[in-house]
Design a protein around this ligand. Sequence first.
Ligand code: F6R
Length: 598
Amino acid sequence: MCGIFGYKGMKNSFSVVFNGLKDLEYRGYDSWGIASLIDGEIKVVKKTGKIGEDFDEESVKSSISIGHTRWSTHGIPSDKNAHPHFSCDKKIAVVHNGIIENHDEIRARLKGHKFKSDTDTEVIAHLIEEYMKKYDYKEAVVKALGELEGSFALMILNSEREEIIAVRRGSPLVLGVKKEEFFLASDILALLRHTKEIIFVEDDEMVIFNSGFKMINFVSGEVIDRKPEVMDIDFNESDKGAFSHFMLKEIYEQPKAIEKTISGVNGNGVVFQIPEKVLSRLNRVVIVACGTSWHAGLVGEYWIERFAGIPVEVEYASEFRYRKPIIDENVLLVAISQSGETADTLAAVKEAKDKGAFIFSICNVFGSTLTRVSDLVVYTRAGAEIGVASTKAFTTQLSVLYLLSLFFGEKKKVLTGSEVEKRKEFLKKVPVQIAEILKNEKKVREIAENYYLDKNALYLGRGLNFPIALEGALKLKEVSYIHAEGYPAAEMKHGPIALIDKDMPVVFIAAKDKTYEKVMANIEEVKSRKGKVIALASEGDSIVAGKVDHVLYIPTADHFILPFLTVIPLQLLAYYIADLRGCEIDKPRNLAKSVTVE
Ligand code: F6R
């Protein structure tokens, strides 16, 4: 987490960095800070809270600045712990994304240095200062880097030099170039408003920019000559338009995002580019992801097993590599990530890649780290997702997984060509069906009015809709801070039923599928214990309406398509409940959009 931004050029660097940090705020927003070089001195501004609250960006003038927006790991959010951090003599300033795992050890060793913060980052500035007693500046930086354990993307400012040094190991760093202007940021989205000429900095690389820029490998010393790539991506999606929050806007963007994703996959046939030799030996699919992307993976598991008969395991990326997973070259590893920067997912991919698996990733951010370490990437075309709670990324991930499962189904001869075509037609109808569901927004808002003061909620679903119950519960907790749990509906009687009373709202996904009768029985069990029930039901189902407190209807659809539809009212419900509670929906407390620490 955390976002870093640096600039050197003829514009006011403070203002460029200040606005760059706003573009990176989704990575963390508990405090921010900027260091600017002015007449041989480093001036610093640090604030607790979101960027720019009560601050005039033109109040500092400089041509060279580095900045940071923070998601706390070490030390509470406060002015003192906000980056940049300094050496004792204030000559070295550092901003950092990542974690220095051996910071306690280094701190203990740096006798005589006065530390001002509780952060892991501060040791870097002091370590450079210590080495500068014996070595010149650049050597001192390299020596200090040699001691750091963990992950980092760093920018360093030295009050005696008109230059920024930036390095990367394990955390993202991207360089943007424009005539006589240099930009550095944690991701390309923050650079696109300035330039489309981008260089991706790789692990162990250092960028030095002064009058020009130079790149070296700081371990081997080798000079790197990498030309900028021109990114054909527009920066035009960070506007809420008429919507009061990005989350709501993004919920409404789903029909378009799914259409674009389907045509992206079909249009250039990317799904079909898995090499024949990989397909012929494939005996298992392992899906790794976190959070909402993991829920998409669970739906993918049902589809792939059912349509293609290939065994699938879905793993939390964060757990995967800590239990010596059995992976070989017969495994296709599917990594799902909106951001492509989730540290746990990247670590799982590395583990699987080292063991010979083919890495197929489903990602929304062009040029992100995941896309560069994968053997094959299929992009979801959701556009920039700004709201911290993931919505359109989820349904576009489902779109790719659905098409992937049909592709496997045909390859493995479990489905005929005409069955595949029929199922693709079902998918093509999804955008229109979602648009229909969105017309019921008012009804969802009314239901939210009945429940927004509650403290708990249960979400129950079976089969393909069990992951949707998990996703509905996750959405509610994230944006409204109401405690919510998702369970397979049939598991309720094995424990959670003890929670049911008149104060426990239970959301049932009770659409017409093979589990319908069983889910109806579970509804009766909750009602007979005085629980409040909100049911998602298939259009025209009047029976369910007679049994529950509220019903939200979804269009009738093929059983396998239901997750695309049932998730929509749950996204809206979480949104409206959070809105009624006055929560900061797009930037919920303690969260960050991109989780770049393990
Ligand atoms: C939930 C949410 C998170 C992410 C998770 C993985 O709304 O946004 O749970 O899904 O942090 O992020 P990505 O998909 O970027 O790897």
